[in-house]
Design a protein around this ligand. Structure first.
Ligand SMILES: Nc1ncnc2c1ncn2[C@@H]1O[C@H](COP(=O)(O)OP(=O)(O)OP(=O)(O)O)[C@@H](O)[C@H]1O
Ligand SMILES: [Mg+2]
Length: 411
């Protein structure tokens, strides 16, 4: 039985979409074998995380895992780096040196950007994958090594084979097990999980209050095309919470950071493909609808800024997980809690010890657990997975916070 949750937890991987679950399933099927794996996917989509997941779920997990970025090593020294060299084999080789393959003995070697390796090195890689044998630079005797190879590329290797830049035999050998990491736009339904995790993690580490993202801000994130994938999203979330310390992240803040003006055409709407009049009219109509919706959002924002009582304010409606403002968003607060050192930082105040903003960490935790339970219809397995905690911990937290059972007594 493949335990997807365990694989996910082993590397703190986020995602509950079908795309991520299918990928985890494949990782689960191959992790515990010695077969080599090729990971493909766009930049920042999570290839390295997948490589680690393969290693951590294999019988080699307590042995070395060595990640080598092949594109960062000059072609002149790549063989000596990978396979080692004998003393005196070239100028500067003042002593024998172990290569990465030898250092990974019994473990896993991750060859990142394998598409960047020179053709001669590829021949040697094929030999070590097929026979478990290599020869150090400047040596004559063959050495044996027991290494599992995981490789990654964001190049189209089939195309590289056609162009004569990549060996066909190595390509076929590697692609037997092909793990395709989806681009973020292909599993955009997971985006709220990423935003929440990256926001909370970064804020907890940097002692910043995290007030979540508004529903409108999330809409902008969902409609963006994310060329830099999860890495780009992570950087954006972190920079937004730094730039707007202690504030709830709003649509305008996101637009500004992404360089999208409110008048930009929503990429989710159909794109005009020819000049047919009917289609132009259709597009104009859609644009008008979009502007109308944006106007409504702006009005909502203005109402919010006009210090309307929180009970009347607009709350995010489409997510069970965003933390609502715990109290009317104040500009500068007095911290009533004794024993906490507070730091005044511009408008916001962040607090050391165990508090975030006006809510304590345990308040936030309690709220998140409760909301997530509701979101998943009190399914504890899904709740625990989504929160990245074990079911046992979830059970303990439910007891600790005295979270009530629902009508069916599921909880
Ligand atoms: N499913 C995920 N859950 C949590 N974090 C993720 C996930 N996928 C990627 N990340 C994070 O996104 C960042 C980029 O991931 P990673 O380095 O694995 O991407 P990559 O595909 O190897 O990128 P590149 O092609 O640029 O090397 C990392 O900080 C990683 O921790
Ligand atoms: Mg990488």
């Amino acid at each position: 039985m493949i335990n997807i949750d365990k694989i996910q937890r082993s590397v703190s991987m986020i995602g509950e979409s079908e795309e991520i679950r299918d990928m985890l399933m494949l990782i689960g099927q191959v992790a515990n074998t010695d077969i080599s794996v090729l990971i493909t996917g766009d930049s920042g989509s999570g290839k390295e995380m997948v490589a680690k997941a393969v290693h951590k779920n294999s019988r080699r997990k307590f042995e070395p895992y060595i990640a080598v970025n092949c594109s960062a090593i000059p072609s002149g020294i790549i063989e000596s780096e990978l396979f080692g060299h004998k003393k005196g084999s070239f100028t500067g080789a003042s002593e024998d040196r172990k290569g990465y393959f030898e250092a990974s003995h019994k473990g896993t070697i991750f060859l990142d950007e394998i598409g960047e390796t020179p053709l001669e090195t590829q021949a040697k890689l094929l030999r070590v994958i097929e026979e478990g044998e290599f020869i150090k630079v400047g040596d004559t005797k063959t050495q044996r090594v027991d290494v599992r190879v995981v490789a990654a590329t964001n190049k189209d290797l089939a195309e590289e084979v056609r162009k004569g830049n990549f060996r066909k035999d190595l390509y076929f050998r590697l692609k037997t097990i092909l793990v395709k990491v989806p681009s973020l736009k292909d599993h955009i339904s997971d985006i709220h999980l990423f935003v929440e995790r990256f926001g909370l993690e970064f804020c907890a580490k940097n002692d910043i209050a995290f007030k979540g993202f508004s529903a409108e801000a999330m809409k902008v994130l969902r409609s963006y095309h994310w060329p830099g994938n999860i890495r780009e999203l992570k950087n954006l979330v972190e920079s937004l919470v730094v730039m707007h310390r202690g504030e709830r992240i709003q649509e305008e803040m996101v637009r500004k950071s992404l360089g999208i003006s409110p008048n930009d055409f929503n990429p989710n709407l159909p794109i005009l493909v020819d000049n047919d009049t009917e289609q132009i009219e259709h597009e104009l109509m859609l644009k008008q609808l979009l502007f109308l919706r944006q106007d409504v959002n702006e009005i909502k924002q203005m109402m919010f800024k006009g210090k309307i009582e929180p009970s009347d304010a607009i709350q995010p409606s489409n997510s069970a997980l965003y933390l609502p403002p715990t109290k009317p968003c104040p500009e500068v607060h007095e911290i009533p809690v004794d024993g906490h050192r507070d730091i005044e930082d511009g408008k916001a105040i962040s607090i050391y010890d165990d508090a975030i903003g006006e809510a304590t960490m345990s308040d936030l935790e309690h709220e998140m657990i409760e909301r997530t339970l509701i979101h998943f219809n009190h399914n504890r397995r899904k709740t625990a997975k989504s929160l990245d905690i074990s079911e046992r911990t979830l059970y303990r937290k439910i007891q600790e916070y005295k979270i009530q059972k629902d009508e069916e007594g599921n909880n």
